[in-house]
Design a binder for this molecule. Structure first.
Ligand SMILES: C[S@@+](CC[C@H](N)C(=O)[O-])C[C@H]1O[C@@H](n2cnc3c(N)ncnc32)[C@H](O)[C@@H]1O
Length: 251
């Protein structure tokens, strides 16, 4: 899997690829990350990549030609066509289902906008997908690109130390699509708060039931629409429904 990232700030990615559980995937080439700076494809001594917006107004706009030339170079290095993803507040919100889609693919070219954004003619001509990290505005697309690459990388086989760990994570439809349960570690008593008794019982069935009940409780309280989705997909059994019926208000 290969990601080519077009960014005016490639240095932001150095600590990203060197840290945490995913660094092995980048080091071994299981997930390849190639950085491209549109400035290297801008003409003149100043290597200008932005200009004032037509129609006036604040800020600067990234120019189409350096981006287009940079994208051509990235696509040529990949050996041909690839999805071209722009990070934008106007994109489709990033969710687990999208992450799974990209995790099963060959990667993509990722465009990180800066300033007021990118000349629309470039977007119309070259961009195939637009992704938003949420309903807020970042200073640039780099953090969004890292979010997508990280989420996709941890789903690749062998990347996480424990293969089972992403299966247990929030939003996984292969499990139940619910939020994760709370987690505890030593000591058994911290700041007057004990670890919930079922987790210390050593009784596997009891532990699994407690975790399942917690997933249901937390999801019902914070993201009730995920309960509805799990129900519609037939992922709730009679014990689940009994627990949900006992909550106030019942779901
Ligand atoms: C300052 S923002 C531009 C915001 C734009 N003028 C607007 O109001 O929608 C600069 C760049 O950051 C990135 N960006 C900002 N917010 C984002 C979000 N929520 N999701 C993904 N990318 C975002 C985009 O690449 C964008 O081109």
């Amino acid at each position: 899997m290969r990601f080519d990232v077009l960014t005016l700030f490639p240095e932001l990615f150095a600590p990203f690829v060197q840290s945490g559980v995913t660094r092995r995937a980048y080091g071994s080439g299981q997930v390849q990350l190639h950085l491209w700076n549109p400035r290297d494809h801008a003409p003149g001594n100043y290597r200008r990549v932005d200009d004032r917006p037509f129609g006036g107004g604040p800020g600067m706009v990234m120019m189409a030609q350096p981006l287009s030339d940079c994208l051509d170079a990235a696509l040529a290095a990949r050996g041909g066509a690839a999805p071209v993803v722009l990070f934008s507040p106007a994109g489709e919100p990033l969710r687990h289902a999208n992450v799974e889609h990209w995790a099963q693919g060959e990667g993509a070219v990722l465009l990180c906008g800066r300033y007021e954004g990118i000349d629309q003619r470039f977007i119309d001509a070259r961009v195939t997908h637009q992704i938003s990290l949420g309903d807020f505005v970042l200073s640039g697309g780099e953090i969004a690109a890292m979010a997508l690459i990280d989420a996709v990388t941890r789903l690749q086989p062998g990347v996480l130390g424990d293969e089972g760990s992403h299966v247990q994570d929030s939003f996984n439809p292969a499990l139940d699509g619910l939020l994760d349960c709370p987690h505890y570690t030593r000591p058994e008593l911290w700041a007057g708060q004990p670890v919930p008794a079922p987790l210390l019982s050593g009784h596997h069935v009891q532990i699994e039931r407690w975790r399942r009940d917690q997933r249901l409780r937390i999801t019902a309280e914070r993201r009730p629409e995920l309960i509805e989705a799990a129900r519609a997909a037939g992922r709730l059994d009679r014990d689940d429904e009994k627990l949900l019926a006992s909550l106030k208000p019942a779901l």
